[in-house]
Each structure stands twice: as structure tokens, then as C-alpha cells.
Write a protein of this length. Sequence first.
Length: 421
Amino acid sequence: MELAAQGRPVDEVIADLTAKRADDVKWADGKTFGMVYDGGPSVHEVAEQAARLYLHENALNTQAFPSLAAIQREVVGWTGALLNDAELSGGPAAGFLTSGGTESILCGVLAARERAAIERGVTEPEIVLSESAHAAFHKAAHNFGLKVHKTPVRDDFTADVDAMAAVINSNTALVVASAPQYPQGVQDDVPAIAALAASVDANCHVDACMGGFVLPFAERLGRTVQPWDFRVDGVTTISADIHKLGYAPKGVSVILHRTKESRKYQTFVFGDWIGGFYASPNMQGTRSGLPMACAWAVMQHLGIDGYVELTRQTLENADKMRAGIAAIDGVRVLGDGDLHLVAMASDPAAERQIDMFALGDALMKYGWYHDRQTPPDNLHSTVSNTNTGVIDDYLADLATCVDEVSGTTTDDRSTTYATLE
Ligand SMILES: Cc1ncc(COP(=O)(O)O)c(C=O)c1O
């Protein structure tokens, strides 16, 4: 594995790189339910042009790149307004751009730990979360030394707030709510969880990595949206991913704090070395300007109306998918979610029982890609505008595949969500 001594011409390199992609999922054909979110040709166009402009820029030092300071300020400000920070007495909310949902969550957990230590003297911080909370919270707890209390979900897959109340205590630094959670796409009772956190003066982080760029527009579409944002008392931080349903290319999310005062708990400021004053807002050092600029450009290009339209399409796709699954004997949707995440499992009430992972393999042969989860074994879809125009074909292939795999099983029980290689 040695890099060749001699460099190669541009076209050859790019041809090789293009060839490497042969086995990657073909997300552009709409048959992948997750990972890539496609806002359409003009969204690609504006992102590609922004990416070219900011390919090399570095947000490590915004004195050198004041445009990136402005980009961050504006994108964070627009997102805060979408999350109704105007209704805050001490508002507006304050935040930073990060590289993605996981980094926003790392920042939220670190800030909670720091606030608990500094304001309440907590030396053995704890985090209370439901088993549906994203794995990133466990990663954060592991990295930052918080003890995790993981509580079960209710039958409807929402966090069991009574179970959370039973483990909350004076060491609790953070209580987590999801809007919505990833596995079944249902939203937790955010007001109840936020009140619980407030009862011990802990932070409440709302993980809206998935919902942050859906719920505000679902509300504008007149859909029923349960309270989840800064209008809820006790919510202290929110993560919202622009690189998911915000339709920007990968590498950008927002972490928002209810006040600028509490934002300081996630930052790192250091002067005690011989390299100069060092202040860092998140987990990174050098920070690519590219995803930040793409987020700015995509948000400007879409505007509220563009997002409302993409959300209308997305939710119609998901509604159609749920209805279609319900009409196929042998499979069912888990939970009562009405957003853009759909988990499909075998239906215990049906005459034929389906091995969901065999079904996943069969669907893959028709080009459809789902993540797998358990328990119970189910196939997960993050539906978006990417899937517009293909849901009828999907449901037809699904019905065929359910027939095909009925009575068969697979030994492959793997449920890969993320990998190390
Ligand atoms: C609810 C939720 N939170 C957090 C994350 C983590 O986001 P990322 O993969 O961008 O780090 C995800 C990813 O799907 C998610 O669905």
C-alpha cells in the first residue's frame, strides 16, 4: 500500500475515483432510504457552486476568513428563528455550526457536564436517556465520562418519562428528548422531559438532528406537531442537522443553546502555549468552510417556501409508504409516527411471518436499500424528497418480495448502522 512516487494526470485520477464508486448505493435513483438527502437539481447546483468557492477555506480562524464568521452567524440565526427562539425572554438562542449530528450532540453533552460542574458542583455527572436516543449520546458519555441511565421506551416507542423520573437525581447533568427519535421516528414528550430536567436544574437536550428541518415546515403545512422547540420551558440545547433534511451536502449541523451565556460551556479557550490564543467552538480544530458555505447557499436558495414544499413531498412519500405497508399481509409499521421515518416489521397478527432480514436481502436485489434494526427485527427507512416518484414502485416490489421470502429465513442477523473500516 505505497503511494506511487510519480503523480498521475487529473483525468486518470478522476476516472479511477469514478470507477471506485461502482458498488456504492445508487442514491440518486431514489432507491436508498437514508444517508443521502436529495433536494433536487437546483439544490445540487447551488451547493456545487458554493463548494467550489469554499473548497479550501478554513473556519479555524474567522479573523482570516470573516465571511465564514458571517456564514456561521447567519445560518445559526436562521435556524434559531425556525426553532422559535424569538419567543425566548433571554433570546435569541446562540450556537455554532458543527460537522454533523454527532458533533452537535457531543457539544450538547459537554456543555451539560460543564454547567452541572460549574453551577451545581456536580463531580460525578450522569445522563438520563431512553433506549431510543441516538448512539451519539453514548459516545459522548463515554468520551466525557458521564454515567448513563438508559431507560426503556413505552409500547409506542416514545421515551418512558416515569422511568426517567425514577433515575433522575442530584448528579443528573443532562436529560435527553428526541424529536423524533431515529429507530421508529416517533417524538418524545418533550415538555414532560424538559420539566423533569428542570426539576433538578439539569440541561435538557432535544435531539432534532432528524426533525430540526422537518418539524418547523410540517407545522407550516398545518400538520399537528407536538411541542418540541424553544417554546418549551426547560429545553436548554437543540441539535438540528442541515445535512439531513436541510438538504445541504454532508458535514454540517447546528447546535443551539437557549442563551449565549450557556453557550460558553461548550467552548474551549486556551492561551497557555507558545502558538498564540486558541479558541475553539466545537470538537474540531481546522474547520472546512465548504459545508458551512454549502449550508448557507442551500438555505438561501430554498427559503422557507422551498423547505415547506420539500417537506410536503417528503411527508406525502412517508404517508404513502406507511399506508402501502399496512395493506400488505405479513408486514406492519412499528409505532404511530407521522413524520419521515418508517420502521417496518413482521406483523405478529398475520398468518405468514416474515424474516425481515431475508426481506431486506430480497429488496436489495431489486435495488432498494434499508438499514436493519432489532429488536424486533425491522427495516428502517428515512424517507425524504430523494424518494419522490418511486414509492409506488417500491410498494409493488415490496409486495413481490414479501411473497418471495414468505416461509424462508436468513442466518445473517447483522444490523450495521455504522462501521469502523
Ligand atoms: C435522531 C438522530 N440523532 C443524531 C444522529 C447523528 O447524526 P450524524 O450521523 O450526522 O452524526 C442521527 C443520525 O441519523 C439521528 O437520526
